[in-house]
Ligand binder design. Structure first.
Ligand code: SAH
Ligand code: SF4
Length: 425
């Protein structure tokens, strides 16, 4: 979502004459787009700001301006703190107000002091953003934002705010524009994307069906979903839409029913298992990915063993796993029985080793299989092109005559540490 937001901020600033650069020392403006989901991400902001301050000072010594803005969820949650610890910051803005960036830039220039805008405005920012500019063959499309689920460990409902779904017409128009700009694969995104309900009588299943009909759109994905919001129509979309890739990221967080309840996830592991059975019945080649938190308050060795058992039972092929990080203001941060860091470390290492083995086994099982791959980048060698498999694996192939943007049938020939090698099928 931050990648999407950063691109939209660039779109908003383009009419003012700003264009992207990789070099902060050449930048008239730097926006740090920040994440508050775990403490480590949030702390990085302040070390990065220290680095940017030196660049800003060096530019000032040459008479060059540098507007420094902090955006995203750290700004939302700790805006005042950012200005206190980093008074050289010019603009602090939350994830819901970046459509107002041009005003803030003007205001900062006029006032000379810092501008802080971390409101939750009544107008949705999407109504004020310019047309999204596409780069390449793949694009994110935000259809939903915020969350009403309040898992006890999570800051999202506080930083991104209440659940908001964009209207179907706006989503379909943005998708058609992306397709016209050469996009072939769209990943619709949201903090709880399958809670999308942009229109009475619609849900994510019907939205994906409508997106699949857009000329030029050959592949669809969606992320991130909550197990409680998998509707019948969405499961049917996995059966009926060849455009919908057979790879689903469906976070469960823990395999222990006791911990799932303490997390306020609203489902237990058997419900999750039944859900994945239904999804696999709808789409037999479906592969599943997930998120896990280890060391949630009160997690015992037996709870953690339940997580390991679930990972093997469901057969996840790819995952993200994290040590529980207490976030200020969330219920879990105030729970007793916080788990020592060393225990979290050990559990994370054990879980990641298991997950790594499963990912490798899955990659090996792909050898000899035919898959469709969207070619999205040139490779290092002549006639070599890179792309992604339906399962998001990076694939490289010698494919003379093929072009970026083509979806080709490939046979997987070998597994490399970070990619699959393929030949034209
Ligand atoms: N909406 C998604 C996840 C959003 S946050 C869902 O419901 O699953 C992305 C991931 O960050 C989460 O899945 C979780 O695994 C992790 N995460 C969130 N809060 C965390 C915390 N306090 N400590 C550690 N990991 C956390
Ligand atoms: Fe956070 Fe996801 Fe739970 Fe919402 S559903 S509170 S985003 S973990």
């Amino acid at each position: 979502m931050n990648v999407y937001d950063s691109a939209r901020m660039a779109d908003v600033l383009a009419p003012l004459g700003y264009g992207p650069t990789d070099r902060p020392d050449e930048a008239d403006m730097v926006i740090l787009n920040t994440c508050h989901i775990r403490e480590k991400a949030a702390e990085k902001v302040f070390s990065e700001l220290g680095r940017l301050r030196r660049i800003k000072d060096a530019r000032a010594a040459q008479g060059l301006p540098m507007v420094l803005a902090v955006a995203g969820c750290v700004a939302q949650a700790e805006g005042e703190e950012v200005l206190r610890r980093a008074p050289f910051v010019d603009i602090v803005l939350g994830p819901q107000t970046y459509h107002r960036l041009p005003e803030m830039v003007a205001q900062a220039a006029r006032a000379g002091g810092a501008v802080l805008d971390t409101e939750f405005p009544t107008e949705p920012k999407f109504d004020f953003l310019p047309e999204a500019r596409a780069e390449g063959t793949n694009a994110f499309l935000a259809i939903q934002e915020g969350c009403d689920r309040f898992c006890t460990f999570c800051v999202v409902p506080y930083t991104r705010g209440a659940e908001y779904s964009r209207p179907a017409a706006a989503v379909l128009a943005e998708a058609a524009s992306l397709a016209a700009q050469g996009v072939r694969e769209i990943t619709v995104i949201g903090q709880n994307v399958n809670a999308w309900h942009g229109e009475p009588g619609w849900d994510l299943g019907s939205l994906l069906t409508a997106l699949a009909r857009i000329d030029g759109i050959e592949r669809l994905r969606y992320t991130t979903s909550h197990p409680r919001d998998m509707s019948d129509s969405l499961i049917a979309a996995h059966r009926d839409l060849p455009e919908l890739m057979p790879f689903l990221h469906l976070p469960i967080q823990s395999g222990s029913n006791r911990i799932l309840a303490a997390m306020n996830r609203g489902h237990d592991r058997d419900q999750y298992r039944r859900l994945t059975d239904r999804l696999r019945a709808a789409r037999p080649d479906l592969a599943l990915s997930s998120d896990f938190i280890v060391g949630f308050p009160g997690e015992t060795d037996a709870d953690f063993a339940d997580t390991l058992a679930l990972v093997a039972d469901i057969g996840f092929v790819q995952t993200y796993s994290f040590k529980y990080s207490p976030r200020p203001g969330t219920p879990a941060a105030a729970m007793g029985d916080q788990i020592p860091e060393a225990v979290k470390e050990a559990r994370l290492a054990e879980l990641q080793a298991l997950l790594q083995r499963q990912t490798e086994a899955f990659n090996q099982s792909c050898v000899g299989r035919e898959m469709s791959v969207l070619l999205d980048r040139p490779g290092r060698y002549e006639d070599q092109l890179l792309g992604r498999s339906p399962y998001m694996q990076p694939v490289h192939v010698r494919a003379p005559g093929q072009r970026i943007g083509d979806v080709v049938r490939l046979r997987i020939a070998a597994v490399h540490p970070n990619s699959l090698e393929a030949v034209l099928a």
